[in-house]
Design a protein around this ligand. Sequence first.
Ligand SMILES: Cc1ncc(COP(=O)(O)O)c(C=O)c1O
Length: 380
Amino acid sequence: MTNVARTVTRVPLAQPDIGTLERELVGQVLAGDTLAMGPFTEEFERGVAALARTRHAVAVSSGTAALHLAVRALGIGPGDEVVTTPFSFVASSNCVLYEGATPAFADVEEETLGLDPERAEAAISGATRAVLPVDVFGNPCRLRDLAALAERAGVPLIEDACEALGSTLDGRPMGGWGRIGTFAFYPNKQITTGEGGMVVTDDDELADAIRSMRNQGRDQDGTWLRHVRLGFNYRLDEMSAALGVAQLRRRDELGAGRRRVVAGYRERLSGHDWLRLPEAAPGAKVDWFVHVLRLDQRIDRDRLIGQLAERGVQARPYFSPIHLQPFYREHFGFRPGDFPVTERVATSTLALPFSSRLTDEQLDRVCEALVSAVREQGAA
Ligand SMILES: Cc1ncc(COP(=O)(O)O)c(C=O)c1O
């Protein structure tokens, strides 16, 4: 097997889908003199605002920067708590730490893997200043209930929709459910800018503050060396924005490609009792960001990842609980058992190769490798 694996090309977990339009628009930027804060940044912002159906969209250098500015613009600081999920990418709770506040974790619900509204309610305290749920893998969390909870608690909702551009819940786009929403455009996302992110909001004052903070605290008139608040360099450059504009224009095509792959996995893998395919939340249309299976407990997931690697297929666990990260354990004393649903789910997830470029032959190879590896474990 190992000898065979050396000779076959790997099926990668993710691949950006970059075409001639992307090259053309980035080339236009490079042929001009405006490499930052130009017309492509504005067009990209207008496009994402239209998708999220929000009044404002502010382009920034990453999803992490978007989350940081969301927390900061809401004035969250030392002594404050933000109720959030441990089943996420680490940035959704690091953004709270950047401002000296504390994440108050609440466990997720088994179905959507989003923040459980009942558990979130129990985590609300006198120090709560926001509720920050995550649309995991692009699947909407229970936003209606979570927004109602935030309202009852008198605090804003920050929707981390970094993985959910283009998904909808009851016809309403993700990212636009809270006071502030965030998107990310790393190369494994639905659309990419290389590195990049976006903050969306309907609130004019918050949008102004976020625009200023991403640009070193400059005022709206952008006077070169006048800084009215503490700011950052979280700007998105114009080449990245041009890439984003091209990807947005190709969004239907890219989304159709991902849907073909989701259907391809469903066709090849349904009927196996040792796995669960991704399922959209009730009322949701999901533009999946990753394709994550949940495996029966009798399968040794970590061994399976190694077996797949031997067969030239890249696979990953998704996510590893935030509260069990070494940094969080050390600083906050979290332990295994603190958030049982998150921990149980996290041992059973397997992200398979997923991109609009995945061919039918690659799909065959991934699924054959998976089934044969599980058989080798004696679990199928
Ligand atoms: C849920 C979630 N939040 C935040 C981020 C951070 O985005 P970025 O990597 O662009 O900083 C990501 C990116 O992977 C994410 O998946």
